[in-house]
Design a binder for this molecule. Structure first.
Ligand code: ATP
Ligand code: MG
Length: 294
């Protein structure tokens, strides 16, 4: 009996020994990069980014948020943190990306905003090279990287958004947010017609309301731009968001059972269940292409 087990163990060790080198040789898929944008400000991008990231972490994804909202340390505030560094420290002080990342107790990694990333345009060759190498390290390390932008996009932000694998346009049901959302989709489509655009309807009354609004916008994009946009999901209007923002805690942590948290889990579950493509063109590779056009 004992020798049987030993033989079995030896057999399995042999198997592992021959499997591991192959696994080592396999190149890890680089991060899927999502850019979260909106036309109108204050529609819920940063709250979505933080809480969606936490839901992905629950699904065992390794997630990094990069706050690209210039001048506003949005993510920091939502997490009740005060970060020591931002992207600009990485470039100016030649700090490694790993050293400027903050991590919350939930295991959420992020790079704080407040940087002048519009200057990505004006970086000299050496700085740009260093910046891109650091980003390359990050995309090899994480499964998903989420770029949280401010309302609208500036020049530097445009390059980053265009290099993403997917864009999520956040809107609320208000006509102004919907119109500005359409304006943003139009802008993105003009820059890069093949970039997949997804729509998140935030602060809705219910699923039917969201589906109706999404169908309208999808149809307008199709007929006026010839652009097919995908429905990413909806989040209900929920007082829990306001309470969590005031407490400087993500609602997924502060109120995991509230209706907005449940809806978020559903969105994240769907996202993780989708085939993510092979990401054969990594974010950095695509970004280099866009920067050549500068
Ligand atoms: N689902 C929701 N239910 C209720 N209130 C919400 C919801 N989502 C967002 N809010 C409210 O909207 C406010 C703005 O949200 P948030 O800061 O995430 O928007 P933003 O799009 O990132 O803004 P900015 O354009 O300034 O970066 C929140 O502080 C919260 O009060
Ligand atoms: Mg924001």
């Amino acid at each position: 009996m004992y020798s049987d087990q030993a033989a079995q163990l030896r057999k399995s060790m042999k198997k592992q020994a021959s499997t591991f080198p192959i696994r080592e040789k396999m190149k890890k898929n680089t991060a899927r990069v999502l850019a979260v944008v909106s036309g109108k400000g204050g529609v819920g991008k940063s709250n979505f980014t933080v809480n969606f990231s936490l839901s992905l972490i629950e699904q065992h994804k390794k997630v990094l948020i990069i706050d690209l909202d210039l001048g506003m340390a949005n993510i920091d505030i939502l997490l009740g943190k005060a970060s020591r560094y931002s992207m600009i420290d990485m470039i100016e002080q030649r700090m490694r990306a790993g050293d400027i990342i903050e991590t919350t107790e939930e295991g959420l990694s992020y790079i704080a905003g407040g940087t002048a990333l519009s200057e990505i345009y004006e970086l000299n060759e050496n700085d740009l090279d260093f910046f891109l190498r650091q980003l390359e390290g990050l995309e090899n390390e994480y499964d998903v990287i989420i770029l949280d932008l401010g309302a609208g996009i500036n020049r530097g932000g445009t390059q980053m958004v265009m290099a993403a694998h997917d864009v999520i346009v956040v809107t609320t049901p208000e006509p102004t947010a919907m119109t500005d959302g359409y304006g943003m989709i139009k802008y993105i489509h003009k820059q890069n017609p093949s970039l997949p655009v997804h729509l998140l309807v935030n602060q809705c009354k219910n699923k039917e309301h969201a589906a109706h609004l999404a169908a309208n916008l999808t149809q307008v994009c199709d007929s006026f731009l010839g652009k097919k946009i995908e429905f990413f999901g909806f989040l209900p209007k929920d007082e829990a968001v306001w309470n969590a923002v005031c407490a400087q805690k993500p609602f997924m942590s502060a109120a995991p059972q509230c209706k907005v948290s449940k809806a978020m889990k559903e969105i994240a579950g769907r996202f993780c269940g989708e085939p993510s493509g092979t990401n054969e063109n990594s974010f950095v590779k695509k970004l280099k292409g866009w920067l050549k056009k500068r």
